[in-house]
Design a protein around this ligand. Structure first.
Ligand SMILES: [Zn+2]
Length: 298
């Protein structure tokens, strides 16, 4: 009885490297409605309780535009949680990112946004440099930002004293961001070996958020064949990344459709175990190192 009790309170060794506290994993509209007339603190508390219940004590948010993650910073200590947030993410106007952040039209505005997030208590910079996966057709929804702009964004954020978390998909953007010294790559879908090699040679941590895809299997919202194809590509790249020595960490994008707070991290853990343990029995040690770097940088 006593040991059982102890086990229950043991902290989970991995942090949740990517979540959005304002989203609920079920209904995006509902989540937006709950926050858009002022922060609904109950949502934050409900989600933090899910982490607390599972002994998950370190969280890194990917941002929102409602001030929800800013409020969450104040509440987290009540749940024994270390919570890190960029407050809002930053994207180029007219490109993907409006659902989690603010837009700039030129680099001068980009710098102003970084200074704004600093004033709001943001602890790092989250940039959106690629589109998202197109689950209806496969591929990406849009072209990534030009290489020189990606490099400049990372450089400026570092100059301002922040680490950089980058929403990135596709070989070119992943390679460019890795070479420019980005601190973490989020998603990183549709990468070739060249991009993964650049990632392995860099100091960046890859947070692949695989369950945003795997949890769509059998869901019916998108064509099953497309989801299946993307999921197979992810498994192949996870194995390849391991072989090449890419630093990786667990992050589920909790709050995204079908990815629940707390449970999402356990789902992501299971994917890593399922995909990596055969070739790499000691995969946990490697991922713990990625986790450590993530906590150090962010
Ligand atoms: Zn995200």
């Amino acid at each position: 009885m006593e040991t059982e009790e102890k086990k229950k309170n043991e902290p989970f060794p991995f942090g949740e490297g990517h979540l959005h506290i304002f989203m609920n994993g079920r209904n995006y509209r509902e989540a937006v409605n709950a926050q858009s007339h002022g922060v609904d603190e109950n949502v934050i508390r409900e989600h933090f309780a899910e982490y607390q219940k599972r002994g998950i004590t370190w969280l890194r948010d990917g941002g929102d535009i409602y001030g929800t993650s800013q409020r969450a910073m104040e509440i987290a200590p009540e749940y024994g949680i270390t919570y890190r947030t960029p407050v809002f993410a930053i994207h180029r106007k007219g490109h993907y990112g409006g659902i989690v952040g603010k837009a700039y039209e030129n680099l001068k505005e980009y710098v102003q946004l970084i200074r704004l997030l600093r004033r709001m208590g943001g602890q790092f910079v989250k940039i959106m440099i690629s589109g998202i996966m197109d689950f209806d057709r496969g591929g990406l929804t849009e072209e990534s930002l030009p290489d020189d702009e990606i490099r400049e964004m990372i450089h400026i954020a570092h100059e301002e004293g922040f680490s950089v978390m980058a929403h990135t998909n596709g070989s070119r953007a992943v390679r460019t961001a890795a070479l420019a010294g980005v601190d973490s790559i989020e998603h990183g879908n549709f990468c070739d070996e060249d991009a993964l090699s650049a990632l392995a040679d860099s100091s960046a941590v890859w947070v692949p958020t695989t369950v945003t895809v795997k949890n769509l299997l059998g869901d019916g919202r998108f064509p099953e064949s497309v989801v299946q194809r993307i999921w197979e590509g992810q498994q192949k790249n996870l194995k390849l990344a391991c072989k090449l020595g890419v630093k990786m960490a667990l992050g589920s994008d909790a709050g995204a459709y079908r990815v629940l707070h707390g449970q999402g991290l356990l789902d992501e853990y299971q994917v890593f175990e399922q995909v990596l343990s055969e070739d790499w029995p000691d995969w946990r040690t490697g991922i713990l190192e990625g986790d450590r770097i993530l906590r150090e940088k962010f």
